[in-house]
Write a protein that binds this ligand. Structure first.
Ligand code: GRG
Length: 297
């Protein structure tokens, strides 16, 4: 079994090369906008969502090549969400991925537009030829629909709005669960589903990938909540204790650190369990589930 670190580094490189190939060049007019887009996309980042899509495609015996434009599209959506999340009207953060945030470098208006352009570009990439050659039209339309739903008001944007509206308020466990599964979980879950769809997974396999994605998506956000209180700003590449600053409801605040950690362990074990039918081909998805719970940033 290859080492996960090597796998992640190799796949990250492939994703970065694909993004470099598919994003508009930095010197394309209007230059500042394209610079801002590239600044945020290449500021760093684990490339978790694209790598999950690739690993899911591999779990069902698909080729890496076919999934790359979809993987790039998922990273575009993710980066747009980070740019907008950092804006003064939202989390008002000055650092992201260890660098000044997009609006700090390019101003608020261009940061909004860079985010808008990335979201739009994602759907351009999803509908482009490289993908259609690998998929029939019906599957492609399901893929686009699933990703749109996960990104929009029934998914990430819905979660983000509940997050913003809940600031400084006491929220119950049900609302917190909605917030986490939508704001962060939805895009992670759909990344795994997307990999399966492109690689020709059966309905049963898509169901299993969806359950896996749902569990690691929630575990990822609970770990993020925990890291916010246990890590330093240097380790995170963004301000630590940010949830406290914004009076945000988090798992550790609502349930305590220990119960939150137990919940992460439970979700990770369940995620690994649903991968059983894929056998050795899902080794990377299996290892990623473990990696997400032990990460420090
Ligand atoms: C603005 C529509 C809109 C949505 C924003 C994802 C999101 C919704 C906000 C980010 C807030 C945040 C820090 C959430 C915690 C979980 C999370 C998504 C962390 C960042 O993702 P990583 O760790 O980042 O995968 P990198 O930089 O590695 O890509």
């Amino acid at each position: 079994m290859p080492e996960l670190e090597d796998y992640l580094a190799e796949r990250r490189k492939l994703v970065n090369q694909t993004l470099d190939r598919l994003l508009p060049p930095a010197d394309m007019y209007p230059r500042l906008l394209h610079e801002a887009i590239r600044y945020s996309v290449f500021a760093g980042g684990k490339r978790l969502r694209p790598i999950l899509a690739i690993a899911a495609a591999e779990a069902v015996g698909g080729e890496v090549e076919g999934i790359l434009p979809v993987a790039a599209a998922l990273e575009c959506i993710h980066t747009y969400s980070l740019i907008h999340d950092d804006l003064p009207s939202m989390d008002d953060d000055d650092f992201r991925r260890g660098k000044p945030t997009c609006h700090k470098v390019y101003g608020e208006a261009l940061a909004i537009l860079a985010g808008d352009a990335l979201l739009t570009l994602a759907f351009e990439l999803l509908s482009q030829g490289a993908i259609t050659q690998h998929m029939d039209a019906q599957r492609l339309s399901v893929l686009i629909q699933e990703i749109a739903r996960a990104a929009g008001s029934s998914g990430m944007v819905g979660g983000q709005s509940v997050d913003i509206l809940s600031e400084g308020k006491e929220i119950d466990q049900e609302t917190l669960l909605y917030l986490h599964t939508h704001k962060t979980g939805a895009l992670i879950q759909v990344s795994v589903i997307a990999g399966g769809l492109v690689a020709g997974a059966s309905e049963e396999q898509i169901g299993a990938l969806s359950r896996y994605g749902e569990r690691i998506g929630l575990a990822f956000q609970i770990v993020d909540d925990l890291l916010d209180v246990t890590s330093t700003t240097e380790e995170l590449g963004k301000p630590a204790k940010s949830d406290l600053k914004h009076a945000k409801a988090t798992f550790p605040a609502l349930m305590g650190k220990e119960t939150s950690m137990k919940e992460v362990e439970r979700l990770t074990a369940e995620a690994k369990e649903v991968l059983r039918p894929f056998e050795g081909r899902a080794w990377a998805l299996h290892a990623i589930a473990g990696y997400l719970t032990s990460r420090r940033f």
